[in-house]
Design a protein around this ligand. Structure first.
Ligand code: FMN
Length: 222
């Protein structure tokens, strides 16, 4: 049995009275999840819609609590870290993490950054040791697969594309993935949403096919 953690980050719902308002990244993630579940129905599935229910931002008290040894933490500090502990437990259990996200202002939405800030925990997610010289940070988790689903309004954000240098979404998440124990990284992209033309329809159709194929490939791995 494997565990799949599914994080949706769009502030739009998957279905709305006006279907033009439906989240594209959530739609593509649903395609992946439905295929996955049809092939691996006994797996554990954990879901969070952080777009609709954003995690709290970290603050100075949160940092203070994180750097206090567990056996010295006050009840207030334990309470402060309760959400972070829960989100970290979900991450630690997961073999596969599916993150679906829009591009907002050329990067990730604030709720997704808040989620990363909550789960990146010293001595839980990563260790820090100056004895390692100029590279003191090492992940403590390992062996995980990340499937990133993105939707953008413009286009050309991929390798060699005209807006590759403006893409602070996939590359940022890939960088962070190392510290979540990600060892395999896959990306499913949809572009052109703002143009609403044939290029957009083709991009979404291609992404849905890609989601189906990738879910099948990963579900058949042991
Ligand atoms: C606040 C906001 C900021 C956006 N910024 C960008 C951007 O920087 N680049 C881009 O290509 N599209 C941008 N878009 C378009 C979204 O990426 C696009 O609508 C995407 O489909 C949204 O994901 P969703 O359909 O899953 O909600 C932005 C949309 C919103 C609402």
């Amino acid at each position: 049995m494997r565990a799949l953690l599914h994080i949706d980050a769009s502030v739009r719902k998957a279905t709305n009275p006006n279907p033009d308002h439906n989240s594209i990244s959530k739609r593509i993630a649903i395609q992946f999840i439905e295929k996955w579940k049809s092939l691996r129905h006994t797996d554990k599935y954990i879901y969070r819609d952080i777009g609709l229910t954003p995690p709290a931002f970290i603050d100075q008290d949160w940092i203070g609590a994180v750097f206090t040894p567990e056996d010295s933490q006050s009840p207030e500090q334990r309470e402060k870290l309760a959400l972070s502990d829960q989100l970290f437990d979900e991450l630690a259990q997961a073999d596969i993490i599916l993150i679906s996200t829009p591009m907002y202002n050329y990067g990730m939405p604030a709720p997704l950054k808040a989620w990363f800030d909550q789960v990146m925990r010293i001595n839980k997610t990563f260790s820090f040791d100056l004895a390692r010289g100029d590279h003191p940070i090492e992940p403590l988790l390992s062996g995980k697969t990340l499937v990133l689903v993105t939707s953008c309004g413009e286009f050309g954000f991929g390798a060699g594309g005209e807006r590759e240098h403006m893409n602070h979404l996939g590359p940022h998440i890939k960088t962070l993935g190392k510290y979540l124990g990600i060892e395999s990284f896959y990306e499913i992209t949809s572009e052109y949403q703002e143009f609403g033309d044939e290029r957009h329809r083709k991009s979404v159709a291609d992404a849905l096919k890609h989601a189906d194929l990738l879910a099948t490939e990963l579900a058949n791995q042991e």
